[in-house]
Design a protein around this ligand. Structure first.
Ligand code: GLC
Length: 434
């Protein structure tokens, strides 16, 4: 009898949690809602790679020796870095959160960590923990803080080699998964204990092992459990481009809106019911690239933000700060312009969900309770047919001018007739539903 009881206790304590499905806590569900309400965040790719001004993959792309690469840290001293100025700019842009690279594929930690001296405080003459400064600035200005964290590593010798970072001269005889896994978990613990509330951990890089002969086990559910035990509200997202794994709280799309796959990274078959996020570059690169001037114009960025909202997702728009800590002028200009647009039209974006009329070539709809916002992004006509039962529609006005919009109800929907031809980047009609 005693044996049976002991076995039962052992099972409940150690075995059953392994099979247990993840159940988000109430604070996690609240964080998901807040995240979806926010709709717009800024992604920041910044590291010692920024000094080479050729994107964040430069070490891999140019086969830079892993020891030689560390000398970038010896010279990293971003004299113009001002966390408060960054956060004020992002706020002016209308962003509600930031996602900053805490450690990218090059293995360099942009925060003070006790796990590896290859970090911004111990290995650079700058000696400042920029994540700490950003966390404090976010707190002051009311922005939520998310950390990007790379699962793959081109620096450490214990990282089990994947398909990238193979020509950086690392000895291959010291690979040790357990040691590397312990290292990551210890760093994640630091990130979740020393920087206040982290609204999201944004993982990237598991695809490094996607072409292995044997499936590679990253032990993600255990890692996710640790994260949720430290900060239950922390949202977990993983840029693995695959079906969601138990323990994840949001679904990520790279360079494409949910359901689109022009860049080839977002072939996920199912669009999740969880909050969605599309991360997107402003030019062609994530990390600072001195010759990449191929910036999207502000209209394109606004359209992406609107279309993301209409597809029930957030836009995480990237900036790649320069090595001196300044954000490139082209990015600053666009951020201010997006902010000016949001100041006028933000009500139709923040706190909305994808509307009852599905996305179409002409645009998208967003909705808050009984208010439906029709975002006309591309329409040759002055009239637009919406497949909503006529009984449901009470009235329609132009969002900006409040001018009435005439409605023609038919059996299978309503046609709205605009008082003037749509020429704004986004012409918004506000419909009140019954
Ligand atoms: C890709 C790249 C990485 C970048 C990320 C952002 O996974 O490997 O450099 O940080 O996309 O979405």
């Amino acid at each position: 009898m005693k044996k049976k009881l002991l076995f039962l206790l052992f099972f409940l304590a150690f075995v059953s949690p392994i099979f247990a499905q993840y159940t988000p806590t109430a604070e996690n569900l609240a964080a998901r809602k807040q995240f979806a309400d926010d709709r717009f965040g800024i992604f920041i790719h910044w590291g010692i790679y920024s000094m080479l001004a050729n994107g964040e993959w430069v070490q891999n792309n140019r086969n830079i020796n892993y020891k030689e690469y560390t000398h970038l840290a010896d010279g990293f001293c971003p004299s113009r870095f001002d966390a408060d100025a960054w956060v004020r700019l992002f706020k002016e842009a209308g962003a509600r959160y930031i996602t900053i690279t805490s450690r990218h594929h090059d293995g360099f930690s942009m925060f003070h960590t006790a796990q590896d001296t290859f970090n911004i405080v111990d290995a650079t003459p700058f000696h400042r923990d920029v994540l700490k400064e950003l966390a404090q600035a976010c707190e002051r200005h009311g922005l939520s803080l998310h950390f990007y964290y790379s699962h793959l590593d081109w620096h450490r010798l214990d990282y089990p080699l994947g398909r990238t970072g193979r020509r950086v001269g690392r000895p291959t005889d010291q690979q040790n998964w357990q040691s590397y896994y312990d290292f990551m978990n210890a760093q994640l613990r630091e990130l979740l204990t020393n920087y206040g509330a982290i609204r999201c951990l944004w993982f990237d890089g598991v695809w490094d092992h996607e072409s292995d002969a044997q499936p590679f086990d990253w032990h993600l559910p255990e890692q996710y459990r640790m994260i949720h035990s430290l900060q239950p509200a922390c949202l977990i997202g993983n840029n693995h481009h695959r079906k969601l794994i138990d323990g994840e709280d949001i679904q990520i799309f790279e360079q494409d809106l949910p359901g689109e796959n022009t860049a080839g990274f977002s072939g996920q078959q199912t669009i999740s019911q969880l909050p969605l996020e599309t991360c997107m570059t402003m030019n062609n690169t994530w990390g600072y690239d001195i010759t990449d001037k191929n910036y999207k114009n502000t209209d394109e960025i606004v359209k992406n933000l609107v279309r993301a909202a209409g597809k029930n997702g957030n836009l995480l728009l990237n900036v790649g700060p320069r090595p001196d800590g300044e954000i490139p002028a082209e990015a600053v200009e666009r951020l201010r312009e997006v902010g000016a647009w949001l100041k006028v039209n933000g009500e139709t974006i923040y706190g909305t969900r994808g509307g009852i009329v599905a996305p179409h070539d002409w645009g998208v709809t967003t909705q808050r309770d009984k208010t439906l916002y029709v975002h006309i992004l591309n329409l040759q006509d002055d009239g637009l047919f919406l497949p909503i039962s006529g009984k449901k529609v009470k009235k329609a006005v132009m969002f900006n001018t409040r001018k009435p919009v005439s409605l023609h109800k038919s059996a299978n929907g309503v046609t709205i007739l605009l008082p003037e031809h749509p020429k704004a980047v986004d012409t918004i009609v506000e419909i009140t539903l019954n």
